[in-house]
Design a protein around this ligand. Structure first.
Ligand SMILES: Nc1ncnc2c1ncn2[C@@H]1O[C@H](COP(=O)(O)OP(=O)(O)OP(=O)(O)O)[C@@H](O)[C@H]1O
Ligand SMILES: [Mg+2]
Length: 310
């Protein structure tokens, strides 16, 4: 069956979330198309418990508040908003690194919240995260090769011909792994000669490239990039943004790109979602959001970024 995709703003069968509801094919058959990621009415509420002195605290934070959002295969959805608006929490909820208080999250139509641990393990290969701080996200005790190979080892499909412990199994697996690490290093613009070195020997931009290589190791479909360039100098950040754009084209990746930088989001995103106090207050194509913002908060974000304000 052919796939029919329409992005928000092209009209037709898309609803207010840019979700494709129903599309009629040439043969007149109605097709229900699916988003890669479907977030429905998801909330995450943090509440602090009783204090040590027996005084009940009612400190409740609605980090993510009834959010519904779809992410389409092949797009970059930019997620912007002020500090504390819930961007990272939403990204982590989608990867099930954080459990929601309520709502549902689907990946390729499969409900993550009811997935068995075996199914979740399979799904984890398809969904990865790139973190903001390349200094904190790489384990300083491991060599570059081991950092990039770790997801491969954790998720390795055992060769059924050789049992684990069989020396043929080990050598074959590790030489394949090394070849994959070399391939990944080259894909992110690094040289294989660095494999035996440690993270502290590298600059921020190089470390972020190592983190990206690690995220790509299992050939994921979907990547949450949580402020991946915020800790970097502008010129180094621009190189990483270009790298992410190239990798997306080469590997057909889908990104949720979290950033507080409107110019970066503007450059990279197909659509932009604006988050404010736990809610998505506005979502639309990059052109719509930057040229015809509807929500006052979106306008204030754009006014703070004169280079793309209209
Ligand atoms: N584990 C936690 N326990 C309690 N509160 C939390 C926890 N994680 C996040 N929060 C709160 O939830 C809200 C949203 O936080 P989140 O980190 O998602 O925001 P953000 O938009 O990513 O911010 P930033 O731009 O600073 O990264 C904040 O008020 C934060 O303090
Ligand atoms: Mg954050």
């Amino acid at each position: 069956m052919e796939a029919y995709w329409i992005t928000s703003g092209t009209g037709g069968g898309a609803d207010d979330r840019g979700r494709i509801v129903q599309i009629t094919s040439n043969s007149g058959i109605e097709i229900q198309a699916m988003a890669l990621v479907e977030v429905q009415n998801v909330s995450k509420i943090y509440s602090s418990g009783d204090s040590a002195f027996g005084v009940r605290s009612h400190n409740v934070v609605r980090a993510v508040d009834d959010v519904s959002i779809d992410i389409h295969a092949g797009e970059t959805l930019g997620l912007v908003g002020e500090s504390g608006s819930g961007k990272s929490t939403l990204g982590r909820l989608i990867l099930r690194l954080v459990e929601p208080t309520s709502g549902s999250i689907r990946f390729e139509g499969r409900d993550l919240l009811v997935a068995s641990s075996a199914e979740m393990r399979r799904l984890r290969r398809d969904m990865q995260i790139i973190f903001q701080d390349p200094f904190a996200s790489l384990d300083p005790r491991f060599r570059v090769e081991d950092i990039i190979a770790e997801p491969l080892i954790i998720h390795e499909d055992r060769n059924p011909t050789f049992r684990k412990g069989d020396e043929r199994w080990g050598t074959q697996a590790s030489s394949e792994r090394r070849a994959r690490v070399i391939e990944l290093l080259r894909a992110v613009g690094l040289d294989e000669s660095i494999m035996r070195r440690y993270p502290h020997e590298f600059s921020g931009g190089q470390r972020q490239r190592i983190g990206i290589a690690r995220a790509l190791a299992l050939r994921p479909k979907f990547i949450v990039a949580d402020e991946p360039v915020s800790a970097l100098d502008v010129s180094v950040g621009a190189q990483i943004v270009n790298l992410l754009a190239r990798l997306q084209r080469e590997y057909g990746l889908t990104y949720l790109f979290i950033s507080h930088s409107m110019p970066v989001v503007h450059y990279l995103s197909t659509r932009i979602a604006v988050m404010y106090r736990g809610k998505i207050v506005e979502i639309g194509s990059t052109g719509q959001i930057t040229e015809r913002p509807q929500h006052p908060y979106t306008r204030s974000l754009l006014q703070a970024t004169p280079e793309i304000a209209v």
